[in-house]
Design a protein around this ligand. Sequence first.
Ligand SMILES: [Zn+2]
Length: 69
Amino acid sequence: MCFRPATTGMGPVRCPKCGAEVDPKLDECPSCGAKAAPTPGIPAAPGAPGIPKPPSAPQAPEAPKPPSA
Ligand SMILES: [Zn+2]
């Protein structure tokens, strides 16, 4: 398997805004000043609430049964 995580740790990361290569140690692009996006996989702020569940779709009402003959 040649799976390689997109940008984790080493190597310059690409600024999503201007496309410049930004040192991952920097937290913002020296070229355009865009804040570096948090890398997925790295735990962000602690105490983050879980993903809220989307409201469950209302159940379709039962179709009235046709009178059986
Ligand atoms: Zn940039």
